[in-house]
Design a protein around this ligand. Structure first.
Ligand code: IMP
Ligand code: MG
Length: 178
């Protein structure tokens, strides 16, 4: 069969074992810091769903979950910088310990918007756990309290991350090669 050469191909950057080790490390840090608390973990859809599912199974304190969906990229690989809430929260955030679970921080615009949005709801505490960080093109400062990996300035897919809704199901984190 003839290969379609223009189709981008995923090349493994972080294996499922490396991801699992990072998830274990993050869970240990979070277990230590949230002992005796009952936080709400807020997953940023859709990219964080796989990370969230793996992480929470390693947490040993009582917790609640909620999800929020933001739009920033639309189609393709560039952030539009115009962020809005597409699917809002159901839970009451006021007075609660809130931990946001994100797949990747790139320009920082999405997560800065979300942390500001949540901060206005007056949580007792507000922290960020991100699986990956691409600090190379940051447009606004972001503090990541729990970080899995700093990754190269490449477009990544797999383990929840997509390119035009493709590749989310891949168990490894991959770089898309042209
Ligand atoms: P930011 O607003 O530029 O920080 O982009 C953050 C959002 O864009 C993340 O929540 C991801 O959903 C998406 N994103 C950024 N970089 C990548 C990537 O390399 N692959 C897939 N999605 C990405
Ligand atoms: Mg995202």
């Amino acid at each position: 069969m003839k290969a379609i050469s223009s189709q981008p191909r995923p090349r493994t950057l972080l294996t499922r074992d490396e991801i699992a080790a990072a998830v274990n490390r993050l869970a240990a840090e979070i277990n230590r810091d949230y002992r005796g608390k009952q936080p709400i973990l807020i997953g940023v859809l859709k990219g964080s769903f796989m990370f969230m599912a793996d992480l929470i199974r390693r947490l040993d304190f009582p917790l609640q979950l909620d999800f929020i969906r933001l739009s920033s990229y639309g189609r393709g690989r560039q952030s539009s910088g115009r962020i809005k809430v597409v699917q809002g929260l159901r839970c009451e955030v006021k007075g609660r310990d809130v931990l946001v679970i994100e797949d990747i921080v790139d320009s920082g615009l999405t997560i800065a918007f979300l942390l500001d949005y949540l901060g206005k709801k007056k949580p007792a505490s507000l922290k960020l756990c991100a699986l990956t960080d691409k600090p190379w093109r940051r447009q606004t400062p972001v503090t990541i309290d729990y970080l899995g990996f700093t990754v190269p300035d490449k477009f990544l897919v797999g383990y929840g991350l997509d390119c035009d809704e493709q590749f989310r199901h891949l168990p490894d984190i991959c770089v898309l090669e042209e």
